[in-house]
Design a protein around this ligand. Structure first.
Ligand code: ZN
Ligand code: ZN
Length: 114
């Protein structure tokens, strides 16, 4: 009698893969905000040293000569008040007050030279 003992060694190789470490998907937080430089100076106002009454002497924002724009240059106000050219109601030179003078037209001086 032969006793055959078959010993089968079953080697179970457990392939342990690399543990999934917490891989987070790169996500952008918040909405992309467009860059808005605060120090942005559009050429709406005349540069310093411009000749009063010239084409360049013009306040695009207020549609008056820059050299006479009391809103840009409050230091001009006393001069207007001194000459009586002042609208207290609207805080403007009467000669620039379109509220009191709807027909008021202040035209920009034509470009000269060149
Ligand atoms: Zn102005
Ligand atoms: Zn007025």
């Amino acid at each position: 009698m032969t006793k055959r003992i078959l010993i089968r060694l079953t080697l179970t190789i457990a392939l342990v893969g690399p543990a999934a470490c917490g891989n987070e998907e790169p996500r952008t937080r918040g909405a992309p905000t467009p860059a808005s430089p605060a120090a942005r100076a559009p050429e709406k106002h005349a540069p310093d040293g411009v000749t009063p009454g010239s084409h360049e002497d013009w306040c695009e924002e207020h549609q008056v000569p820059e050299s006479m724009c009391t809103r840009c240059n409050p230091s001009l106000i006393p001069a207007f008040k001194a000459t009586g050219d002042w609208c207290e109601e609207h805080g403007l030179p009467e000669s620039q007050c379109r509220a009191c003078n709807p027909d008021l037209r202040i035209e920009r001086p034509a470009k000269t030279g060149g």
